[in-house]
Design a protein around this ligand. Structure first.
Ligand SMILES: NC(=O)c1ccc[n+]([C@@H]2O[C@H](COP(=O)([O-])OP(=O)(O)OC[C@H]3O[C@@H](n4cnc5c(N)ncnc54)[C@H](OP(=O)(O)O)[C@@H]3O)[C@@H](O)[C@H]2O)c1
Length: 329
């Protein structure tokens, strides 16, 4: 049994972590904290449905106290805020899974350009492992700092990785259209969202997930995110031009080979958010437009689970040598 702390327990992803870890057979939630401004609250006052299940105070963030009590610390905070807090935990010798973007981008200059703030711990960027188990499982086993991937990048990298590795598509002009449920925008966004409404945003290569996608896929992408009127769930549609004529069955065979044995990636006929809601699965569907010789990949996840807290727990399972599926199926 290990002791876990959740820093940022009032956030969407913090709440999701509580829900998952509460049921995890090898984890005890020992500490919940956030921006409480001196007014600690019982977690059931914040999430009444947890009454009788999780009996812990949510307190202000006290790094020394949290580090003393816990074996693993999850930080579910905005970028920039996370950076300083994570650095303190690492200095105190702790293992951390950070859900923010602060340790995902390897090049501090690229981080500064996209996040408009200087990275004050560039040395930690070298130590951080990008927490996509399907690509970096062996490195995750050995690290103290996992940079948990962004939600859009998770759908896109898992959706594209096999076909790009096989080198059968043109790496220029990759077009990606993604749709996200409103929880992807965090609590403040949800308060202002007027339902129902669907729209594209950050059009023209300006969304902050672009450098993360390009770092991992090693190519340029045109990426347009959209908000859709549902609470959770995310779908990316990816268009890639094939270099030669190839059957859809051959591509499906490639994907099945790449993801053979992966507990949370499924190749399906039709990728739909309903089929992955509240789960840690990424469902990927593959189609070809024979007229244009474009391959069209659709990839879905629950943004709060495989796109955030579920993936964070999957990473923790790997860091501690637990069964990767523990607490997630
Ligand atoms: N939402 C998603 O689908 C998703 C997916 C993947 C990754 N992420 C990442 O996960 C992190 C958390 O996202 P979220 O959507 O769960 O957040 P959220 O629901 O928007 O909540 C943000 C939390 O951060 C707290 N906070 C803000 N400034 C703070 C400060 N200076 N010190 C301490 N706490 C502060 C807020 O406290 P108050 O309650 O006091 O305002 C709030 O509880 C972000 O880095 C986000 O990019 C989110």
């Amino acid at each position: 049994m290990i002791n876990a702390a959740i820093v940022g327990a009032k956030s969407y992803t913090g709440e999701e972590l509580i829900k998952i870890l509460f049921k995890h057979p090898k984890v005890k939630i020992i500490s919940l904290s956030g921006r409480m401004q001196g007014n600690s609250k019982h977690i059931c006052e914040i999430y009444p449905y947890l009454k009788g299940q999780v009996d812990i105070l949510c307190e202000d963030i006290n790094e020394e106290k949290i580090a003393k009590e816990s074996d693993i610390i999850f930080t579910a905070l905005p970028h920039k805020v996370s950076m300083e807090i994570v650095a303190k935990f690492l200095k105190l010798g702790k293992k951390v899974v950070d859900l923010s973007a602060d340790f995902r981008i390897k090049d501090p200059e690229i981080y500064e350009k996209w996040y408009e703030t200087k990275h004050i711990f560039p040395e930690l960027l070298k130590k951080a492992v990008y927490g996509l188990p399907e690509l970096y499982r062996e490195k995750i086993k050995k690290t103290n700092l996992v940079a948990n991937p962004g939600c859009y990048p998770t759908t896109i990298i898992l959706g594209c990785y096999p076909i790009l590795k096989e080198n059968i598509v043109n790496k220029k002009n990759i077009i990606i259209d993604s749709k996200s449920g409103i929880s992807g925008g965090g609590r403040e966004f949800v308060k202002t969202y007027q339902s129902p409404n669907t729209y594209a945003y950050k059009i023209g290569g300006i969304h902050r997930h672009i450098p993360e996608i390009e770092q991992e896929l090693k190519c340029r992408v045109t990426f347009t995110p959209h908000v859709i009127p549902q609470e959770r769930g995310m779908l990316s549609t990816i268009y890639l031009n094939l270099k030669k004529v190839i059957s859809v069955n051959e591509i499906i065979r490639i994907y099945k080979k790449y993801y053979e044995g992966e507990p949370f990636v499924r190749i399906v006929e039709s990728a739909q958010t309903k089929e992955i809601e509240n789960t840690n699965y990424c469902n990927i569907a593959i189609n070809i437009d024979k007229r244009t010789n474009n391959i069209i990949i659709t990839s879905v996840i629950d943004n709060l689970v495989k796109g955030a807290s579920g993936q964070a727990v999957q990473n923790m399972n790997i860091m501690f040598g637990f069964d990767e599926k523990e607490g997630l199926v």
